[in-house]
Design a protein around this ligand. Structure first.
Ligand code: FAD
Length: 381
């Protein structure tokens, strides 16, 4: 493995750095998990898109730069280094888009990719239901064929839909063949949330932000053109989306390296404790290790291999690393960690969100089951 970046890649890094330094909003935008903050973040997404930084690795026809995956990683490192806003378009650009590239029709790519990259359409994920979280194959929301109208009628409820209250579209799984075995008979739909029969109800989180929604479907019509992949084959399509979420695109190493670097600054300002210093060194090493591990993944992808069940190991690693980094920040801040206003407040907010990492994108217990059975080949019982 050649670990040096080429002169072109270094030039690209310098360009990204200069643009971000000149353009990242200061002071920081309000939380993207509030209505007003979401709107401010979409405005930022429009600026990124106009400068062709929204989706650097996509083809130019969809608003990208045809950049390599290496350049995408460089952009991500610079993005987090600059302290740029969270990506409220992430469910679209990082999760749905790779699935659209793999399974979508030309018509779907034309209708959705540029719009999600520019922030004109915003996507939320509709997997979980009140009785189907870890056991995703247990979903009960239904899709009934409407042959005459050339599509499907959806009914049921999705829950824990991140930023669902602000999004224009939802992608998710619905049971299209109730007779089929659990993992079969599911279809992946692309749904316009303004369609008649959709009700979206925001849910306030413990931190006060309206970050979640419940989405109700009452005989909602979706045309055949908005089935992603084949009818009844949605499980395989959904696994591609969740693989992206766990494995590479959702949490790039730049995010954790930037946090670890800020922790070093925090320690230099406030720290004076050899035990905390040791924890800091270990956390920084883990963030670097995740970077090198990702380089290995990208090398395999560039050579034509997929990510596979190993993405579950990656998800366990980044989610636990995020908790460790923020836990250490709170210990460094001591009683100041409780102050939510002011510059220290971001650490507590980050800590609260980090605690959700072992739950979202499939809980870490479930990921450990996947690693045991599908990576290590251990028996199911
Ligand atoms: C911040 C955040 C954002 C989210 N965003 C979305 C979203 O946008 N869209 C969406 O659809 N969902 C979303 N979710 C929901 C998330 O996918 C579910 O919370 C998760 O899959 C767990 O499901 P559950 O909450 O029903 O818990 P359960 O499945 O009821 O699990 C409860 C506990 O039992 C454990 N458990 C369950 N089964 C097993 C097993 N077989 N072996 C070992 N342990 C087991 C779990 O690990 C967990 O600790 C989000 C969740 C969070 C926290």
């Amino acid at each position: 493995m050649d670990l040096t970046f080429s002169p072109d890649e270094e030039r690209f890094r310098a360009e990204c750095r200069a643009w971000l330094e000149a353009n990242v909003p200061r002071p920081a935008l309000p939380s993207g998990d509030t209505r007003e903050g979401f709107a401010a973040h979409l405005e930022w997404e429009r600026r990124l898109f106009a400068a062709r930084y929204a989706v650097v690795s996509w083809p130019e026809e969809y608003g990208g730069r045809d950049a390599s995956l290496w350049e995408w990683l460089i952009f991500e490192e610079e993005y987090y280094r600059a302290g740029a806003p969270q990506r409220v378009t992430q469910n679209g650009i990082f999760l749905l888009a790779p699935t659209l590239f793999e399974f979508g029709t030309d018509d779907q790519r034309a209708r959705y990719l540029r719009n999600m990259a520019s922030g004109a359409q915003s996507w939320c994920q509709g997997w979980s239901e009140p009785n189907a979280g870890s056991d995703l194959a247990g979903i009960r929301s239904k899709a009934v064929r409407d042959e005459a109208a050339g599509g499907w009628r959806l009914s049921g409820q999705k829950t824990w839909t991140t930023r669902g209250a602000f999004c224009t579209h939802l992608f998710g799984l619905f049971r299209s063949d109730p007779e089929a075995e659990r993992h079969r008979g599911l279809t992946y739909f692309l749904v316009d949330l303004s369609a008649p029969g959709v009700t979206v109800r925001g849910v306030e989180r413990l931190d006060g932000d309206e970050g979640f929604a419940e989405v109700f479907f009452d005989d909602v019509f979706v045309a055949d053109a908005d089935v992603l992949g084949e009818p009844d084959q949605g499980w395989a399509v959904a696994m591609a989306t969740t693989g992206s979420e766990r494995g590479l695109t959702l949490r790039s190493p730049g995010r954790f390296l930037a946090t670890a670097t800020r922790l070093i600054e925090l320690y230099r300002e406030r720290g004076d404790d050899p035990v905390l210093r040791d924890r800091l060194a270990a956390a920084y090493i883990d963030a670097e290790a995740y970077r090198w591990q990702t380089f290995g993944t990208v090398t395999r992808i560039v050579e034509g291999a997929g990510t596979g069940p190993e993405s579950s190991m990656v998800k366990i690693f980044w989610s636990e690393l995020d908790v460790a980094l923020h836990d250490l920040a709170l210990d460094l801040l001591g009683p100041h960690a409780e102050l939510l206003d002011g510059p220290d407040g971001a650490w507590m907010k980050g800590y609260e969100f980090a605690l959700a990492g072992p739950i979202y994108a499939g809980t870490n217990e479930i990921q450990r089951n996947v690693v045991a059975e599908r990576v290590l080949g251990l028996p199911r019982r």
